[in-house]
Design a binder for this molecule. Structure first.
Ligand code: ATP
Length: 301
């Protein structure tokens, strides 16, 4: 894929911005099953964001007309806060991410960022404001530096170094004989799952997005690496409006707010301790996952 887009570099700004869109498409592989074309209005202005506040206002959405997935969903994500979305498989968690990124428009209701309906702004400006850290990071057969700067046409070397530092991968890169010039991927250096994830985090940080969308991996990393990565994500999401889609509740227990989605509706919302005390769906999921964790720990002994 990357080879295909490389010659476009020479054609300057227009193609670079197209390419930037494609990067995010790449990062959304996991979130996206079908590509549906959403068009900008001819006179659409750019999204203006400072400290973004996100609003889902009675959002109704279905992929097919005979099956509604989100059934009038409303919630708010306060500027700079960390909100986690949890819920049973198929509840619509990834659909929320796809709508926020505007792969689709809602059939009713609105999604607002700082009061601006995202259906009315340019997709380019919307996508530039949102950084995605996907479940499984795709690395290109190229240098580490290229993998980090990919998608941010204006990124300088200093930006890449800062992003690598923030993603806690700089010491690793610096001890490689060829540093940022080290080839990675199939023909180059094989990176571990955790290292790959850190390169993906650095790639997102180069964009310096005010909104972070974290799509949690369902498995993959060992628990020590996972804890390290989570600590990094917690650090980089400070001061950014963050939405985390989570499967394992243990990873989001410290979120400012947890939204429990069930069959396209908000079943519960609150902090971890509040939701546990409530004894509802979240408490039930937590108890079940805690039992699973214990079983896994026993099996590992
Ligand atoms: P999981 O925890 O399993 O990842 P989720 O809560 O993220 O689930 P979604 O991926 O948002 O769930 O899917 C919600 C529903 O929408 C599911 O029933 C799914 O089958 C359906 N769905 C998802 N993508 C499409 C699509 N492209 N076309 C039709 N239906 C879809």
């Amino acid at each position: 894929l990357i080879q295909l887009f490389r010659p476009l570099d020479m054609l300057g700004f227009v193609y670079r911005s197209i390419r930037q869109g494609l990067v995010d498409m790449g990062a959304m592989f996991k979130l996206m099953d079908t590509a549906v074309e959403v068009k900008d209005r001819p006179d659409a202005p750019a999204l203006v964001v400072h400290r973004p506040h996100i609003t889902f206002d009675h959002v109704v959405f279905g992929y097919e007309s005979d099956r509604t997935i989100l059934k009038g969903l409303s919630f708010e994500v306060a500027a700079g806060s960390h909100v986690a979305i949890v819920g049973p498989s198929g509840a619509g968690k990834s659909t929320i991410a796809r709508l926020l990124f505007r792969f689709y428009d809602p059939q009713a209701g609105r999604i607002l960022i700082d009061g601006q309906d995202i259906a009315g702004v340019t997709q380019e400006s919307l996508r530039a404001a949102i950084g995605i850290v996907p479940q499984d990071s795709v690395l290109f057969n190229d240098t580490i530096g290229y993998n980090i700067a990919y998608g941010s046409s204006a990124a300088t070397e200093a930006d890449a170094i800062n992003a690598a530092r923030d993603a806690a991968i700089l010491p690793f890169i610096e001890q490689l004989p060829q540093g940022f010039e080290t080839e990675v991927g199939e023909r180059g250096l094989k990176l571990s799952g955790g290292e790959k994830q850190r390169v993906a985090i650095a790639r997102t940080l180069v964009k310096n997005p005010p909104i972070l969308l974290l799509d949690e991996a369902t498995s993959a990393l060992d628990s020590r690496t996972e804890q390290d990565i989570l600590a990094t994500l917690r650090r980089v999401s400070r001061n950014r409006t963050t939405i985390a889609i989570a499967h394992r509740l243990s990873t989001i227990a410290d979120a400012d707010r947890i939204l429990v989605l069930d069959q396209g509706k908000l079943a519960e919302a609150g902090r971890h301790s509040e939701l546990l005390a409530r004894g509802g769906l979240y408490a039930e999921m937590w108890t079940r996952q805690a039992a699973e964790r214990e079983q896994e720990a026993d099996a590992a002994e």
